[in-house]
Design a protein around this ligand. Structure first.
Ligand code: AOF
Ligand code: ZN
Length: 364
């Protein structure tokens, strides 16, 4: 557990709830990469300006932030729980999922005051957690730091409100904006530092998507082996089921979904998911992935697949690694950015990493 922060009583009068909510948001981050399709949530218990408990949702299927927070209270402080305020970055749940409702826990512990960051868009909760607490006599202060609390869970909100995964399009390109030297030839573009950054990104998303040609020609592993964390689910579009099982994506090192036009089947970590269309488009791919509970997606190519997502307006972020020292005459042009809005750039040796956002596509 982290060191408790102590606010003296006279300071407390002027301490906005925002300070304690900030702490919840910090704690929420500790679950990043492990909770999908659940949200990132942090909670603290504050008694007379002193934090007596802290917790966060650490892993999908595991205890919620509120449970870990209450469990962390030292035995000498347990008597203080009913007269403490529970701060939580997301509305407490009121349903039986993999774990029991947090509202029952709050009521059972006789906590009389809660401060909540933002509403939970999950249909089984969606305001009903707050209502339950209020009707049972718990004072609820809501919302506090709502924009930051929602931003923390932009993947979760996008998944529930837009009914599709949160989408990050990514590619590496030469200084003259080519993603490969020629069709069918794997071209090394990014460097050891930026490759590690990409593997870090892989640990942060639920799934990683590529098209048939990229799977066939590049034979990628799509794992996060250069960074510590969880491998994303590998997702490949293979409409005609042309891909040979000798490819790395079939090596069993990470769960793999094959989106195809022929069959639905499940064998261990290998899922075949049928898309009943002549040609799968972004909308059909996304609705299949939504039904498979893939909360966020890193799309890593090829150019045609990336462009189809841009053209459909189905994307949230674009991240481009540009090797400023590499020129590829001829070659395959990078996708066209369309209405992408520049956010920032970073430098990793010769590579510049540029981040864009979709100005139209934030959750409602
Ligand atoms: C909370 N605190 O820390 C989280 C919540 O299957 P379960 O029981 O884990 O429930 C998952 C749902 O609970 C998830 O979709 C979201 O609505 C909520 N997550 N709620 O009170 C938490 N992680
Ligand atoms: Zn809960």
């Amino acid at each position: 557990m982290t060191t408790p922060v102590y606010f003296p009583a006279q300071f407390m009068e002027h301490t906005p709830h925002a300070v304690f909510m900030q702490r919840c948001l910090q704690l929420a981050d500790l679950g990043a990469g492990y909770t999908a399709p659940n949200p990132l949530v942090g909670a603290i218990l504050v008694h007379d300006g002193r934090i007596i408990g802290e917790g966060y949702h650490g892993i999908y299927g595991g205890p919620h932030a509120e449970v870990n927070c209450i469990q962390s209270v030292k035995s000498a402080d347990r008597v203080l729980i009913p007269s403490s305020t529970l701060y939580v970055s997301l509305e407490p749940c009121c349903h039986y999922g993999k774990t029991p409702p947090c509202t029952e826990l709050i009521l059972g512990e006789k906590i009389k005051k809660t401060v909540i960051g933002c509403r939970d868009p999950f249909p089984l909760v969606d305001g009903k957690g707050i209502e339950k607490l209020r009707t049972q006599g718990v004072a609820v202060e809501f919302p506090v730091l709502e924009d930051l609390a929602k931003e923390k869970n932009h993947r979760f909100f996008t998944f529930h409100l837009n009914k599709r995964p949160y989408i990050i399009l990514k590619w590496a390109e030469s200084a003259n904006h080519k993603i490969a030297a020629e069709q069918g030839k794997r071209t090394g573009i990014s460097n050891a530092w930026s490759n590690r950054l990409v593997h870090k990104w892989r640990t942060e998303e639920a799934g990683i998507l590529i098209g048939t040609n990229t799977a066939m020609l590049d034979n990628p592993q799509l794992t996060a082996r250069l960074w510590t964390g969880k491998n994303p689910v590998r997702i490949v579009v293979d409409h005609q089921l042309r891909l040979p099982v000798s490819l790395n994506i079939f090596d069993g090192t990470a769960p793999t979904i094959i989106l195809n036009g022929k069959k639905d089947s499940l064998s261990g970590d290998l899922i075949f998911k049928k898309i009943p269309l002549e040609r799968p488009d972004p909308a059909s791919i996304l609705s299949a992935l939504h039904s498979l509970q893939i909360m966020s997606l890193l799309v890593e190519g090829g150019a045609k697949l990336l462009q189809s997502f841009i053209n459909a307006g189905s994307w949230d972020e674009i991240r481009i690694l540009t090797n400023q020292e590499l020129l590829l005459p001829g070659g395959i042009p990078s996708p066209q950015l369309g209405n992408a809005q520049f956010v920032k750039s970073e430098t990793y040796g010769p590579d510049q990493v540029s981040y864009y956002r979709n100005p139209k596509m934030l959750f409602p």
